[in-house]
Design a binder for this molecule. Structure first.
Ligand SMILES: C[S@@+](CC[C@H](N)C(=O)[O-])C[C@H]1O[C@@H](n2cnc3c(N)ncnc32)[C@H](O)[C@@H]1O
Length: 386
């Protein structure tokens, strides 16, 4: 089987075999593989992202009794192939604008004997997303996994998705989303974002709020089914529904947080901002609703291992119903005491009858429905003596 004109290696990810550029040829000076330097992009570190995607895809297939997937930025094709093999997709269209990527995807399709199910197209993502003719109809799942921000592809993805289907987005531009680059956040996400001790949760909620507003323009309502922050990216899977009433419902879940240096956080529901606002740093618009839905619950039932535990954890976080967390180190520093074990803080809050668990995005932060005063009391009580 003739293949690319650069050295490749055959690896396995999930249940597929995959030809990728020989990774040992693209090491940084510190010896770490740098996927951006390879002729075609394959990042082994994003395997977990794809594991969750495939689990959500399997749950969607069960719900719809059918699964047709469009991946407009496909790279090596690994995700598209995994949708076909592991999520039972009936049809997948993998698109990439780079001829080298398309060549490798074709090679990988043959390697896995998936010629009947997976098709590939050399084209610009937005051209395909916005042209029904090019993409050949509508899709149950549109998975946007680009370099950086997914916002340039948001409207197109929503356009290409069927009602009751899913759109999924990866955002690796965590600097704007976490408030490290506020001006960039304003440009890309139309949101006011500043650094806070719970920046990663803000990042998830900024991304969803921006997507919900883009969808609203087309009278489409997006609802998170599983959204999270992991490693170096934010990921959101959202169901697509149509109709003005549903859009209004989605928009009613937007709002703002006002963060003050003493860690008192005020939640202001509603979008746009009301005329009178509390003191503090404004963060938003943010999605203030749940980050998971029934599809995440079903996906967690269908899979095992780390993905199952992770999805179950997300679902439990949602049951707390508070859109931010307490970074124990910061609370301790405000109190000028030593930092206690975040796990012990969780146990103490639970013993007092509150919901509490560590945040999925930071195992030194506590998500709880306890009032701030109670969290401060517990941190002080458990703080180790110097
Ligand atoms: C992050 S990689 C994709 C990784 C892949 N989704 C995965 O799960 O391994 C982004 C890919 O998008 C392609 N790309 C960048 N801009 C594009 C565009 N405007 N249209 C289509 N493909 C594009 C690049 O060639 C690259 O292969």
């Amino acid at each position: 089987m003739s293949g690319p004109d650069y050295p490749i290696e055959i690896i396995e990810e999930g249940k597929v075999k995959l030809a990728v550029p020989r990774m040992s040829d693209y090491l940084r000076p510190d010896g770490v593989y740098e996927p951006a330097h390879a002729p075609v992009f394959y990042n082994p570190k994003a395997k977990f992202n794809r594991d969750v995607a495939v689990a959500m895809g399997a749950a969607l297939k069960e719900r719809l009794g059918r699964l047709e997937v469009l991946e407009p930025l496909a790279g090596s094709g690994v995700r598209s192939l995994r949708y076909a093999v592991e999520a039972g997709a009936d049809k997948v269209l993998a698109v990439d604008a780079d001829p080298k990527a398309v060549e490798l995807i074709k090679y990988n399709i043959r390697l896995n004997k998936l010629e009947d199910k997976v098709k590939v197209l050399l084209a610009e993502a937005n051209a395909v997303l916005h042209s029904r003719e090019l993409r050949g109809g509508y899709y149950d799942l549109v998975d946007v996994d680009p370099f950086g921000s997914p916002m340039p592809f948001a409207d197109g993805a929503i356009r290409a998705a069927r009602r009751r289907g899913l759109v999924a987005f990866t955002a690796t531009d965590t600097a704007p989303l976490t408030g490290a680059r506020p001006q960039s956040a304003l440009r890309k996400y139309g949101a006011s974002v500043r650094r806070t001790p719970f920046s990663k949760e803000v990042a998830i909620r900024v991304l969803i709020a921006a997507l919900v507003r883009v969808a609203a323009v087309r009278e489409v309502a997006l609802k998170p089914e599983a959204a999270f922050f992991k490693d170096y990216y934010v990921r959101a899977h959202l169901t697509v529904e149509r109709g003005a009433r549903r859009v209004e419902e989605a928009l009613s879940q937007l709002g703002y947080l006002f963060y003050r240096p003493d860690y008192s956080v005020e939640v202001v529901r509603g979008y746009p901002l009301p005329e009178r606002v509390p003191e503090g740093t404004a963060l938003g618009p943010l999605w203030l609703g749940p980050l998971t839905g029934p599809l995440a619950k079903r996906a967690a039932e269908l899979v095992g291992g780390e993905v199952k535990r992770f999805l179950e954890h997300l679902i439990e976080e949602d049951s707390v119903g508070v859109p931010y967390s307490y970074k124990v180190e910061r609370v301790a520093s405000i109190l000028k005491v030593n930092m206690p074990s975040p796990k012990l803080v969780v146990e103490e809050l639970r013993a007092a009858g509150y919901k509490a668990l560590l945040a999925h995005y930071d195992h030194t932060s506590v998500k709880t429905d306890a009032p701030a005063e109670e969290v401060f009391k517990v941190v002080k009580k458990l703080s180790p003596r110097p």
